[in-house]
Design a protein around this ligand. Structure first.
Ligand code: G6P
Length: 607
């Protein structure tokens, strides 16, 4: 959350900064700003709201300069207005920041007592004034930053420029991600490789605690302890095409439609189709020794864990505990020796998930992760990582990352079942065959887009919407409700269908659409009874089932979508797609900002 970029260039950098910020807007869009040096002096342009407001400000008052920094903000401390917009600056120093400086109040009090005047309500301004104070004492920019970094508590990724120093930029990270881009006679900093994708494909990922001193010709990296260190340069594979909308109206729609392809790409990494087996990457411990598993994540990734719990308990016969990261890390859960914890995160940078990972590691757990960004911090700090091949996901509401997470978790559940001796080869082969079919079936599901768009008109009129499901489709009900809340701002709840009679049934009337997710599996009849209970109370049901389910009960519902019939094992992967499309079209009808819904950010790097 919050995106940062910095460039020491050969010519004016402002346009490149703005281009980079466009790619980072998914990290927050409460305000945006840039700062450059003009004849050695710091100049800034900042604007409240989305990047387009900054673009207008720059059109009205252009900004030159061959070194500069830029920021797109997700507000934490201080309301989203221009005064709180980054970069923050004194006459000597300008800073962009992602993260939270937790001891900023103490630093602010100390600096105010020394005569520093603060112009914003942000924690970040303490960074600027502290570095300035050290420079006032005679320290060089580099020494002033080194001294300041020792005094910050909390999380940060920083990019810093200094008045009078056209060939210097300093970056630092603790907690929040930061990458260095290497150009030819120019150097870059960015929150991620996507931000730098138009500028360079040579990227160096800083490790936690690192700070980096850049000039036009290169970079020197130091550890938190101040020792010079080399970090590998990697070739980033983010092409411009991968981060464009490709002719779709929104990133979200493009990403929904990419699912057959990326599910197939992800499966290829785990399946041996000839042998009909699953192959996991090498693990530094024996899976068969795992007696208990903890699954941790946030947001949509947490719902993927919820589906995985059903799969793993059924196939591997070991107890699975799941929790949202922000709760797990503080509830002092007992962890068994030799246990394993698996962390699921699209970005691989979510602050709560990362903190929970470190907590589990400190308690001796084997650490596994499922991430979409191979170079992310969560991947780097895991004993083994299983990658989703979703490609860059830009829409704030997660879609293709979720279904590819499910695919990886399904493969993991099968491999664990085999390692534990709980399933035989024949069962493994059946499950693999079911997975191999998913890309083709996902394409068929997309054929229902037109009908879902029609149904969205009804949903758009509702104030509340209920989603019901059982078994592995209960988390899909919750994910469907989350998608709707995130992008349409309609209140929605996902409930275990059997639990409806213990409360939510009181909400049912003709104005509350009820989305029932019920493939024909062993729980179908039970969910069908719950659907009857809704209909008996005047509720209007949108029934998501398969061809046999629709034939049996479709006439009862106000509307029915008959998806292809698949092995119930893979059904949650497919049923995720219609709830995504329903939310998407409802948002379009309501005219909300689909890709950048209010108050949200895609990568949440604050706790
Ligand atoms: C944010 C995003 C969600 C995402 C969650 C976890 O809330 O808006 O789409 O599911 O973070 O993110 P992660 O990158 O850890 O999967």
């Amino acid at each position: 959350m919050c995106g940062i970029i910095g460039i020491i260039g050969k010519q004016d950098v402002t346009q490149h900064l703005v281009d980079g910020l466009k790619r980072l807007e998914y990290r927050g869009y409460d305000s945006a700003g840039v700062a450059t040096l003009i004849n050695g002096a710091i100049e800034r342009r900042r604007a409240e709201g989305k990047l387009e407001n900054l673009v207008r400000a720059l059109e009205a008052k252009p900004l030159a300069g061959d070194v500069g920094i830029g920021h797109t903000r997700w507000a934490t401390h201080g309301i989203p207005n221009e005064a709180n917009a980054h970069p923050h600056a004194t006459a000597k120093v300008a800073v962009v920041h992602n993260g939270i400086i937790e001891n900023f109040q103490e630093l602010k009090a100390e600096l105010t007592a020394k005569g520093h005047v603060f112009a914003s309500d942000t924690d970040t301004e303490a960074v600027v004034h502290l570095i300035t104070a050290y420079m006032d004492e005679g320290l060089s920019p580099k020494d002033a930053v080194a001294a300041s970094l020792k005094r910050f508590d909390g999380a940060f990724a920083l990019a810093i420029i200094f008045a009078g120093h056209h060939d210097l930029m300093i970056g630092a990270r603790r907690g929040s991600p930061l990458a260095v881009g290497l150009g030819d006679g120019e150097m870059f900093l960015g929150s991620d490789a996507i931000a730098l994708s138009r500028l360079t494909n040579r990227v160096m990922y800083l490790e936690d605690g690192d700070w980096a001193v850049l000039d036009k010709s290169g970079v020197e990296v130091f550890t938190e302890a101040g020792e010079a260190v080399e970090r590998p340069v990697r070739i980033s594979d983010f092409s411009d095409a991968a981060v464009g909308k490709g002719g779709y109206a929104h990133f979200m729609l493009k990403e929904i439609y990419e699912q057959p392809q990326v599910i197939g790409d992800t499966l290829t990494g785990f399946i041996n189709p000839a042998l009909r087996t699953i192959t996991l990457p090498d693990l530094p411990f024996d899976l068969s020794t795992v007696t208990r598993l903890t699954l941790i994540a946030c947001g949509t990734s947490f719902y993927a864990c919820q589906v995985a719990r059903y799969w793993i308990e059924k196939l591997a016969r070991i107890p699975v505990e799941i929790d949202v990261a922000s709760e797990f890390r503080y509830r002092d859960a007992p962890m068994v020796a030799g246990g394993a914890a698996l962390f699921v995160s699209q970005s691989g940078e979510t602050a709560d998930t990362l903190a929970a990972l470190r907590h589990a590691k400190a308690h001796g757990q084997h650490i596994l992760s499922v991430v979409n960004v191979a170079q992310s911090t969560i991947a780097r700090e895991s004993d083994a990582t299983f990658l989703t091949y979703a490609g860059p996901e830009v829409g704030v509401a997660s879609t293709k990352a979720f279904t590819t997470q499910l695919v990886v978790l399904a493969c993991f559940a099968i491999a664990l079942g085999r390692a534990k001796g709980a399933i035989d080869h024949e069962r493994e082969a059946q499950l693999v065959e079911a997975l191999v079919e998913v890309p083709a079936r996902a394409s068929e599901v997309l054929n229902h887009d037109g009908r879902l768009k029609e149904l969205a008109h009804e949903v758009a009129k509702a104030r509340d919407v209920l989603y019901l499901g059982r078994g592995t489709n209960y988390p899909i009900a919750m994910e469907g409700a989350l998608k709707l809340k995130e992008i349409t701002y309609i209140h929605a709840e996902g409930y275990a269908a059997g639990e409806m009679k213990h409360g939510p049934i009181a909400l049912i009337d003709k104005n509350v659409p009820v989305i029932v997710i019920a493939p024909t599996d062993e729980l179908f009849e039970k969910t069908a009874s719950n659907m009857q209970e809704v209909i008996a109370r005047g509720g209007r049901v949108i029934f998501l089932s398969d061809v046999p389910g629709a034939a049996k009960l479709g006439n009862l519902a106000a509307a029915t979508i008959a998806l292809p019939q698949v092995d119930p094992f893979v059904a949650p992967i497919l049923y995720a797609i219609p709830v995504q499309l329903l939310a998407y079209h409802t948002a379009c009808i309501k005219g909300t900002d689909v890709d950048q819904p209010r108050n949200l950010a895609k990568s949440v790097t604050v706790e």
